[in-house]
Design a protein around this ligand. Structure first.
Ligand SMILES: C[S@@+](CC[C@H](N)C(=O)[O-])C[C@H]1O[C@@H](n2cnc3c(N)ncnc32)[C@H](O)[C@@H]1O
Length: 208
């Protein structure tokens, strides 16, 4: 939890309590339904919560912004972002029902009012959003094909609508989108822990 305050020192009392509650909630739920590697649970704050918040170093969502988390699993990056941006709406989608249950239960347990969840394949989700976020789900080119239909044309934020995903070192092997403006940010420029050495945030503008 200290590592969250180290990089996000201006959290409200409520946000601090919500982040602090995640450890027991994920430990408990993860013992029943596997949403993160069991041996990684002790690294929850660094590897999962702070990693998710890497998106916030690139994008400050305005109030009333709507965001879909595609392939949220147990709620990453959607739940940490929903705590950090309480006035932005996050719609968490996953094709595995029991993972969606974990994300739903945890969002409810910490009183998040800005989260909805849905058990479906993202291909079936027809709602429109300002942004789609995603971590560890599928290659960028496949994500882009699926989410093109979901991005609003109207712009509401300082930066254009689009896809923001968290990627690891495997990125070199991926086909980069050519028709869109793509910006790449190294998380090692923001977070000093070794885990972030190869981690990146990739932001692809759509309809911008
Ligand atoms: C490796 S897990 C990552 C989960 C979470 N984003 C995280 O970082 O902890 C990938 C998730 O994507 C989901 N997924 C894969 N393809 C999907 C699709 N087409 N629509 C919705 N969910 C999908 C899987 O069910 C799985 O829960």
């Amino acid at each position: 939890m200290d590592i969250i305050l180290k990089y996000f020192p201006n959290l409200s009392e409520v946000q601090q309590q919500q982040f602090a509650a995640l450890y027991d909630l994920y430990t408990d739920w993860n013992s029943k339904i596997n949403v993160i590697s069991r041996k990684d649970i002790t690294n929850l704050y660094e590897h999962h919560v702070l990693h998710s918040l890497g998106i916030a170093k690139v994008m400050q969502f305005r109030p009333e912004t709507t965001v879909m988390d595609l392939g949220t699993g147990g709620g990453f990056p959607g739940i940490p972002l929903a705590i950090l941006f309480p006035e932005t709406h996050f719609h968490l989608v996953d094709s595995i029902g029991k993972k969606v249950k974990v994300a739903t239960e945890i969002a409810n347990a910490i009183g998040l009012k800005n989260v909805t969840t849905r058990h479906c394949r993202a291909e079936e989700e027809k709602q429109l959003f300002d942004f789609v976020v995603s971590r560890a789900v599928m290659p960028l080119a496949d994500l882009l094909k699926i989410i093109r239909k979901n991005i609003k044309k109207e712009q509401h934020n300082a930066l254009p609508n689009g896809l923001i995903c968290l990627k690891g070192g495997e990125l070199e092997r991926e086909v980069m989108p050519v028709k869109h403006q793509t910006l790449m940010y190294d998380l090692k420029d923001y977070f000093e822990e070794e885990f972030f050495e190869t981690k990146k945030v990739v932001y692809v503008t759509i309809n911008g």
